[in-house]
Design a protein around this ligand. Structure first.
Ligand SMILES: NC(=O)c1ccc[n+]([C@@H]2O[C@H](COP(=O)([O-])OP(=O)(O)OC[C@H]3O[C@@H](n4cnc5c(N)ncnc54)[C@H](O)[C@@H]3O)[C@@H](O)[C@H]2O)c1
Length: 249
C-alpha cells in the first residue's frame, strides 16, 4: 500500500461508523495519523484517536479542537463527513426539523472547518473533503430538508475552495448514492418490509447494487491526497451511475 499520507494528520467527523470509519481505515493504512470527531466512538477502536464532538454544537466543536491540540500541533486533512437525515416532504417538515438538519449538516460542516482553517493554513498538503449526497443534485422523494442541506454543502464547498485557494487549502466534495452503511440499515429497518425496501433501493441504482462505503472512502481519499494537488472546487459522484445514466428497462 502506497504511504502517500505518511507524516500527515487527519480529522474525520463521523469516523465511528459507515463511510467515515472506512475513510479512517484507508487513511491510516496509507500512513496518516487519524483523529475521529464523533458523538460516539462507535467502531473506530485503535484506527483513530476518538475525540467526542457534536458538530451541531459550537461549544462541543471548540472543546474537541482544544482536546485535539493537546496531542497534535498540526493538521493537514479535514473530512467533513458526519451528517443526519430526515424523511419528510416540505409540507410536513417542521421548523425544528429544518433547524436540526441544517444546523448539523451545513453549519456543522462550517463550524468544524472554522476550527481547522488556521491549522490547515500551516500545512503544505492541506485538503478538506465534504460528504454531500446525490440528493443534492437529484430529486429523491421525502428528503426535503436533507436534500437542501446537501445542496448547501456543495455551494459551501465552492465558496470555501475559493476563499482558501490562496491559503493553499483545497476543498472538494463527494456525492454518494445509497451506500451499504448502518445509516441505510436503520432506514430499511423502519420500513414494513426491509427486504423489499432494499431490493427497491438496489433497483434504483443503474449498477443494480448499493455503493460500498469503501468505494466512497476511496473517492474521498483520492480527493484528499497530496498526489491530487491540482484538484479543488470539484464534486465527485460516487453513485453507480445514478445521476448521469439513463438505462432503458
Ligand atoms: N449511507 C448513504 O446511503 C449515504 C448516501 C449519501 C450521503 N451519505 C452521507 O454520508 C455521511 C455518513 O453517512 P453514513 O452512511 O456513513 O452514516 P452512519 O450512520 O453509518 O455514520 C454516521 C456517523 O456520524 C456520527 N454523527 C452523527 N451525528 C453527529 C454529530 N452531530 N456530530 C458528530 N458526529 C455525528 C454518528 O455517530 C456516526 O458515527 C453523512 O453525511 C450522510 O449524509 C450517506
Amino acid at each position: 500500500m502506497d504511504k502517500e499520507f505518511a507524516g500527515l494528520t487527519a480529522i474525520i467527523t463521523g469516523a465511528g461508523s459507515g463511510i467515515g470509519l472506512e475513510v479512517a481505515k484507508g487513511l491510516k493504512e496509507r500512513g496518516a495519523t487519524v483523529y475521529g470527531f464523533d458523538i460516539n466512538q462507535g467502531e473506530m477502536g485503535s484506527v483513530a484517536t476518538f475525540i467526542k464532538c457534536d458538530i451541531g454544537d459550537g461549544a462541543s466543536v471548540d472543546s474537541a479542537f482544544a482536546e485535539f491540540k493537546k496531542t497534535s500541533s498540526k493538521l493537514d486533512i479535514l473530512i467533513n463527513n458526519a451528517g443526519i437525515g430526515s424523511l419528510t416532504t416540505v409540507e410536513k417538515e417542521t421548523d425544528e426539523i429544518w433547524q436540526k438538519v441544517l444546523n448539523v449538516n451545513v453549519v456543522g460542516t462550517a463550524r468544524v472547518s472554522r476550527g481547522a482553517i488556521a491549522l490547515l493554513r500551516e500545512s503544505k498538503s492541506a485538503a478538506i473533503v465534504n460528504t454531500a449526497s446525490v440528493a443534492a443534485i437529484d430529486g429523491i422523494p421525502n428528503r426535503a430538508a436533507y436534500s437542501a442541506s446537501k445542496g448547501a454543502i456543495l455551494s459551501l464547498t465552492l465558496a470555501m475552495a475559493t476563499d482558501h485557494l490562496s491559503d493553499g487549502i483545497r476543498v472538494n466534495a463527494v456525492n454518494p448514492a445509497t451506500a451499504d452503511t448502518p445509516w441505510v440499515k436503520r432506514l430499511l429497518d423502519q420500513s414494513a418490509d426491509a427486504k423489499a425496501a432494499r431490493v427497491a433501493l438496489e433497483a434504483r441504482q443503474p449498477m443494480g447494487r448499493l455503493v460500498s462505503p469503501s468505494e466512497i472512502a476511496n473517492a474521498i481519499i483520492f480527493l484528499a491526497s497530496p498526489l491530487q494537488a491540482s484538484i479543488t472546487g470539484t464534486t465527485l459522484n460516487v453513485d453507480g451511475g445514478l445521476h448521469s445514466l439513463r438505462i432503458p428497462k
